[in-house]
Design a protein around this ligand. Sequence first.
Ligand code: HEC
Length: 204
Amino acid sequence: MRTFLLLLACLVFAIVSVTGFRGTKTTRNPIEIFPDMVRQAKVKEQAPSFFFPNQRASRYPVLGTVPTGEDAARLPYLNTGMMGDRWGDGIPIPLTAGTLKKGQEGFGIFCSACHGSTGSGNGIVTQYGLVGVPNYHSEHTRQMPDGQMFYVITHGQGLMLGYGANLSVEERWAIVAYIRALQLSQNATLGDIPISERQQLGGR
Ligand code: HEC
């Protein structure tokens, strides 16, 4: 009799555990014997987080992050060179002597072999048969919007490869600024030179 009751209890338990409470809902979490990593500490967007000093869970991307795919299309002038559906103009990073220095450095490393140190399109590689390197002092390149120049550096054009993977957004804009300085150096008038500096040009 005892064995029978025990078996019956086991049977009832088994049936209830398999079929019982089906269709009923509960807001309580199920019992997890091995939770693995199903639930982890996290914060949701727009929610506060007391981990960061400004108590926001949403963070800006790390400086120098290169956007790809859909994100790239949504990003503003700084990352694309585009304003809406046309090229933008203007250098969207602080224009300082340091910026130009950085541009000069990047240009010397990545561009001068083809474009030449003054941007005349006569870099060392042209002596070995590369043709079609444009002269930055041509009307075409002088008229090219800054945004388009940024785009060419990022993605390349014709025989020229893109440098988006080698140069950060800031470095690319610094090079655009440096190319503008090179262009100015070949087309400047006395009026472009600050009066205090003109003395050095022979006292004129
Ligand atoms: C391997 C040689 C090579 C290197 C290195 C190179 N370029 Fe070029 N670049 C070219 C050639 C060739 C063209 C012309 C492409 C075309 O339109 O067919 C060009 C075109 C351009 C243009 C467009 C000019 C115009 O009027 O259409 C810009 C701006 C430019 N390069 C900037 C740069 C910068 C900045 C760098 C360095 C980050 C660089 N290039 C590195 C070969 C090179």
